[in-house]
Design a protein around this ligand. Structure first.
Ligand code: ARG
Length: 481
């Protein structure tokens, strides 16, 4: 079978070259976009007088038949056709004869591939946004039920301050919201249509490009033909957007893995989303979450690969750019399956409030509250309040107790002693007050629930504030859906 570009060649290409050069085995993924682009291109050719109406009709009819055949797996892909663009064009010519041979007027495969791939990225950009929205909605649903569920908030993976489980989930949601906004920005940036750029320099046919762009869902035609066929920024954008999604999924997965261990026991995965061991009969492993964590690697790899491929290419099109597709297909597939499985496994996740509460009784979570109390009620400068609280923590350690479990009256005595020492060295002793330093007040200070509820600053973990944050996110989801 002769190649569409065989005219200037005396002999057939080598079989090795055919295999090496072809992108058809993977770019057949672009068939739908290729047909869509060709239909609109043909209509444009008719509108500027380059096709007769009968020719346009038979092109559209032929392309519709090809669509049917591909949809029903009846289309014969032949690697000799090299890529999806030539596979469809030669099938069309075989079907309809001469009219098919006019379709490639005023375009090149360079603008054709730029168009197809851009349309593909845009289609999946939108689909990824809706999968992310579903994940956020699922998390918010769980978060709503847990705005009072105490759990230890951590820094350095060490107990820090009491928060709620709902608050932690909202933190995840905000990161995922940024992922959607990043995709929206990429979509917006890819609003210019490359079709009509031809090989690199435009055409002598007076292509009508603005309406064509709109008919393909873009807002406008691209400004410069040379840039249009040379750039793959839109592909890099979606690769980066997905790398960020996978980074967030990986961090979420890591926490779920930790939380489902015996050591934490905060959550457990349903049987449907857990796996066993081939040797240890008792095991229930979080393989799903581990795979989610692991898959970030390939998403970063795909981004790095295309950045590297594009790095030093001279303008305009170079065949190196054919390497742009497989990584994007892989990242999109990876993000799809990861988002779907994460959402579903969260829907079935069991949450163990008791273990979360138990964990709050370790690690002196209320220490900052005690320091804040000394500042707010005794007017002690924060740095000194920090030091005095540290002494109380040391005392609790010697008693092998959590600070929250120390008898408030004992604590009152220690604090009094320390504050008196402070008054003796301090130049501002006049302003330090002791009247509110009572066992009763300290009981409040040491209470975990109080500690969480007091942090009601904007963005804080108090239940009412978390409910407000959930509301903001729900409103936003509603607006974008
Ligand atoms: N299969 C090619 C690709 O994916 C299409 C563009 C080919 N253009 C060319 N001038 N060789 O990049």
């Amino acid at each position: 079978m002769a190649k569409l570009w065989a005219g200037r060649f005396g002999n057939d290409t080598s079989v090795l070259l055919d295999e090496f050069n072809a992108s058809l085995p993977f770019d057949k993924n672009l068939w739908e976009e290729d047909i869509q682009g060709s239909c609109e291109h043909a209509k444009m050719l008719y509108s500027i007088g380059l096709l007769e109406i009968q020719e346009l009709d038979s092109i559209l009819k032929g392309l519709a038949e090809i669509r049917e055949e591909i949809e029903h797996n009846k289309f014969l892909f032949n690697i000799k056709d090299e890529d999806i663009h030539m596979a469809i064009e030669s099938a069309l010519s075989q079907k309809i004869g001469n009219a098919g041979k006019r379709l490639h007027t005023a375009r090149s495969r360079n603008d054709q591939v730029a168009l197809d791939f851009k349309l593909y990225c845009r289609k999946h950009n939108i689909a990824l946004q809706s999968l992310l929205s579903e994940l956020i909605a699922t998390l918010l649903h769980i978060a709503k039920e847990h705005t009072h569920t105490l759990m230890p908030g951590m820094t350095h993976l060490q107990h820090a301050q009491p928060i709620s489980f709902g608050y932690h989930l909202v933190a995840w949601c905000v990161a995922l919201k940024r992922d959607i906004e990043r995709l929206q920005a990429s979509y917006h940036r890819s609003n210019d249509c490359p079709l009509g750029s031809a090989a690199l320099a435009g055409t002598p046919y007076g292509n009508e490009r603005e309406n064509l762009a709109k008919s393909l869902g873009f807002t406008h035609a691209s400004l410069n033909a040379m840039d249009s066929v040379s750039q793959r920024d839109f592909a890099l954008d979606i690769l980066y957007d997905i790398a960020m999604v996978m980074l967030h999924i990986s961090r979420i997965a890591e926490e779920l893995i930790m939380w489902s261990s015996y050591e934490f026991g905060f959550v457990s995965f349903s049987d449907g989303f857990s796996t066993g061991s081939s040797i240890m009969p008792q095991k229930k492993n979080p393989d799903v979450a581990e795979l989610l964590r692991g898959k970030s690697g390939r998403a970063y790899g795909n981004l790095m690969a295309l950045l590297t491929t594009m790095k030093a290419l001279p303008l305009a099109y170079n065949k190196d750019m054919q390497e742009d597709k497989e990584g994007v297909f892989d990242s999109i597939q990876t993000a799809y399956i990861s988002l779907k499985i994460l959402t579903q496994s969260l829907k079935e996740l069991q949450i163990n409030k008791e273990n979360m509460l138990k964990m709050c009784q370790k690690g002196h979570l209320v220490a900052t509250d005690l320091a804040d109390f000394l500042v707010q009620e005794c007017n002690i400068p924060f740095r000194q309040a920090h030091h005095i609280t540290g002494i109380c923590v040391r005392y609790a350690e010697t008693q092998s107790k959590d600070l929250s479990k120390i008898n408030p009256n004992d604590l009152e005595l220690i604090l009094q002693q320390e504050i008196i020492k402070l008054k003796q060295d301090s130049t501002q002793e006049q302003s330090i007050r002791l009247d509110n330093l009572t066992g009763e007040n300290l009981t409040q200070v040491l209470d975990l629930e109080n500690s969480m509820q007091k942090r009601n600053s904007l963005g804080g973990c108090a239940s009412a504030e978390v409910k407000r944050q959930i509301h903001v996110l729900e409103q936003w989801l509603h607006k974008i859906s």
